[in-house]
Design a protein around this ligand. Structure first.
Ligand code: NAX
Length: 325
């Protein structure tokens, strides 16, 4: 057996954390031969609920789950972690301005970034899920000066998977036949699900679907899928978000297939003209635990316009939290 790796999950008593912890413990994220130690982090008032999650995890008798640590202390929770899933965040309440939401969450992700900087493994891989995920990831990254900015990512994989599903439904194709899809930009309504380079069973997606369907129906369906789920379920996406987090980490650790890529929020280094110092979703290929932006894709006028719109929103978010960076 390999030595155990340490995985921190913040907001572990919440809906997404609850769904993720069991799948991670059963080996679905890092493999059936990889023992894990879970370091579950919550705020003080949720520690009792977290105890319940711990009891259930223990009751599963997962062979790969070596130890569980539950804590509200960031220096304990992030100690020596190899992976960190930052899920816990402050939800938007009625009448709350977006700038207040950004600020309140900034106050969570700044200290978490510092604690990761000070206590985590030097090779830690961080995935931010708590919304507004891209800007929260930017804040965490900016507060971890001793680590590489490439170690911080934000989750766009749920949007990517939602887009795959819509295309599969429309073309009556299995999702496994669809490759090279990208969701660009922010995890928000301005995200740009792009099928211009996408292949479905070896044929170009744009030749298989009607472009008016793509622009008038598909884009908003993917962008607004979260709201559609809240309306139906009375609660926001949880199991699908946890599943996407596992897909994101698996791709990062084990790589993407040679003929495919995935969508990840990463620190921009100027690719496709996107401002640096933004956490922006690009098409990325992963290999040997690293990732690289897929460069050189043709961007038509519509795509340019769409990525500029989502970049603008991220620049505004950045401006609202500039004092926290
Ligand atoms: P829940 O409200 O069920 O759980 C959040 C948990 O985080 C709670 O248990 C709370 O006590 C804890 N928490 C709050 N502040 C914390 C802190 N400072 N440290 C540690 N724990 C803290 O929300 P859930 O449905 O699990 O969603 C979590 C976050 O994911 C939300 O911000 C949500 O908007 C976001 N999402 C992001 C998605 C993405 O694709 N990036 C999709 C799904 C989801 O909407």
């Amino acid at each position: 057996m390999k030595p155990a790796v340490r995985i921190a999950i913040t907001g572990a008593a919440g809906n997404i954390g609850y769904a993720a912890a069991f799948r991670i413990s059963s080996g679905e994220m890092l493999g059936k031969d990889q023992p894990v130690i879970l370091q579950l982090i919550e705020i003080e008032p949720a520690l009792e609920a977290l105890k319940g999650v711990e009891m259930e995890l223990l009751d599963c008798a997962f062979p790969l789950l070596e130890e569980i640590i539950t804590t509200a202390d960031l220096s304990v929770g992030f100690k020596d972690v190899d992976y960190a899933l930052l899920i816990g965040s402050k939800p938007r309440t009625k009448g709350m301005e977006r700038s207040d939401l950004l600020n309140d969450n900034g106050k969570i992700f700044g200290p978490q970034g510092r604690a990761i900087n000070d206590h985590a493994s030097r090779d830690v891989k961080v995935l931010v899920i708590g919304n507004p995920a891209n800007t929260n990831a930017l804040i965490a990254m900016s507060n971890a000066p001793d680590l590489s900015s490439a170690q911080f990512t934000s989750m766009m994989r749920l949007d990517h998977n939602r887009a795959l599903n819509q295309l599969a439904l429309k073309t009556d194709t299995p999702v496994s036949d669809i490759t090279r899809l990208t969701v660009w930009g922010n995890h928000s309504l301005t995200q740009y699900p792009d099928i211009n380079h996408c292949s479905i069973g070896g044929e170009s997606a744009t030749s298989l679907v009607d472009m008016s369907w793509y622009r008038e129906s598909f884009l908003s369906k993917v962008q607004k899928r979260g709201a559609e789920i809240i309306n139906a379920r009375g609660a926001s996406s949880a199991a699908s978000a946890a599943s996407a987090a596992i897909d994101h980490m698996r791709a990062w650790v084990f790589g993407t297939p040679d003929d495919d890529w995935t969508s990840m929020g990463i620190a921009s280094t100027g690719d496709y003209g996107i401002s640096e110092e933004l956490m922006f979703s690009f098409p990325v290929r992963c290999k040997n635990g690293d990732y690289e932006v897929v460069r050189g894709l043709d961007m038509n006028d519509f795509s340019q316009e769409m990525i500029q719109k989502t970049e603008k929103e991220l620049l505004e978010e950045r401006e609202a939290v500039i004092h926290l960076l």
